[in-house]
Design a protein around this ligand. Structure first.
Ligand code: NDP
Ligand code: A1CAB
Length: 264
C-alpha cells in the first residue's frame, strides 16, 4: 500500500502517474487537508482518502507531498505511528532527510526526491537521494515508483537543493521564456494565438532534437545561427543584456532559497 500524504498538485500528479502505470486504486491511499479536495480525488481516481495517522500506520510506502513549511506539523502528527521497515519518501523542496529522520522512529529509511510537474505527462525529471538509513533496496523502490512518470537520477543529497533549482523549478523557466517570446511576437504584430503556436512548436521541436539527436546544445544553436544572418543579431542582444549571467544567478538564488527552507 502506497499513501500520498498531502495530495496537492505534485501529490495528485504522482497519484495519477502511479495509476497510469498500472497500479490498482486499492493499492493507493491519499490524505488531504480540505474535505472537498478529498471528495474530488476520491471521485477522480477511486482511491481511499484517509487521515494522516491512518495512512502512517497502514501504508508500506509513505510519500510526503506537503509544502516544506507544513512538513514539521505533518511529521509531528505521524512520526510515532510510522513503523520500522516502512519507507518514507519526501517530495519537498529544501527539507533534508535528517530533518525527517529526527522526527521518525530510529532506523526508518527516508528517500528524498525532487521531481517536477511534467510528472503529469510521464516526462518528469526526478532526482533521488538516500537518507542515512536508506539502502539500495529503498532507492530501487523509489525508482520503481517514479520511473513510470519520467526519468530518475540518483545524486548525493548535497546536490538536492541544486536539483530543486535546476529541474524542480526548471519547467517554470521554460514557460517564462515562452511567455516572453510570445510577447515578442505581439510586438512584431503577430496574432496572439499564432505567436503561441509558433513558440510552442519551436520549443517542442528544439526539446525533441536536444533529447534525441545526441548533439550538444551549442552545436544545435550554431546550426541555426547563419553567418551574417538573423539569429546572431538576436544572440548579440541576449548577450548584451546579460541573459546568461541572469540565468546563472537566478538558478543560484533558487538553490539558496531551498537551503533557507531547510531551516523552516
Ligand atoms: N509544484 C512544483 O512544481 C513542485 C513542488 N515540489 C514540492 O512538492 C511539495 C508539494 O508542492 P505542491 O504540490 O506544489 O503544493 P500543494 O499546495 O499543491 O500541495 C500540498 C498539499 O498538501 C496539503 N496539506 C498540507 N498540510 C497537510 C496536512 N497536515 N495533512 C494533509 N494534507 C496537507 C495541502 O492542502 P490544502 O490544499 O488544503 O492546503 C495541499 O493540498 C512541496 O514540498 C514542494 O516543495 C517539488 C517539485 C516541484
Ligand atoms: O517553487 C517551489 O518551491 C517548488 C519546488 C520546485 C518547484 N516548485
Amino acid at each position: 500500500m502506497i499513501a500520498i500524504l498531502g495530495a496537492g498538485k505534485m501529490g495528485e500528479a504522482l497519484l495519477s502517474g502511479v495509476l497510469r502505470a498500472g497500479r490498482a486504486p486499492s493499492e493507493l491511499m491519499a490524505t488531504v487537508r480540505r474535505e472537498e479536495r478529498g471528495a474530488l480525488l476520491r471521485e477522480r481516481y477511486g482511491v481511499e482518502i484517509v487521515g494522516n495517522a491512518e495512512a502512517a500506520a497502514t501504508a508500506d510506502t509513505l510519500v510526503l507531498a506537503v509544502k516544506p513549511q507544513d512538513m514539521g506539523v505533518l511529521l509531528d502528527e505521524i512520526g510515532a505511528k510510522v513503523r520500522p521497515g516502512r519507507l518514507v519518501i519526501s517530495m519537498a523542496a529544501g527539507i533534508t532527510t535528517g530533518f525527517i529522520e529526527e522526527r521518525l522512529p530510529a532506523g526508518v529509511p527516508v528517500v528524498r526526491v525532487m521531481s517536477n510537474t511534467p510528472v503529469l505527462v510521464d516526462e518528469a525529471m526526478s532526482v533521488i537521494s538516500a537518507g542515512s538509513h536508506a539502502g539500495e533496496e529503498n532507492l530501487k523502490l523509489a525508482e520503481e515508483l517514479l520511473s513510470p512518470v519520467g526519468k530518475v537520477l540518483r545524486l548525493p543529497e548535497s546536490l538536492q537543493d541544486g536539483a530543486t533549482a535546476l529541474s524542480g523549478s526548471g519547467p517554470a523557466y521554460f514557460y517564462y521564456l515562452v511567455e516572453a517570446m510570445v510577447d515578442a511576437g505581439i510586438l512584431l504584430g503577430m496574432p496572439r494565438a499564432a505567436a503561441l503556436e509558433m513558440v510552442i512548436q519551436s520549443a517542442v521541436g528544439a526539446a525533441v532534437m536536444l533529447r534525441d539527436s545526441g548533439e550538444h546544445p551549442v552545436m544545435l544553436r550554431e546550426a541555426v545561427t547563419s553567418p551574417g544572418g538573423t539569429t546572431i543579431s538576436a544572440i548579440r542582444e541576449l548577450e548584451r543584456h546579460g541573459v546568461r549571467a541572469a540565468v546563472l544567478e537566478a538558478i543560484e538564488a533558487a538553490r539558496n532559497r531551498g537551503r533557507e527552507l531547510a531551516g523552516g
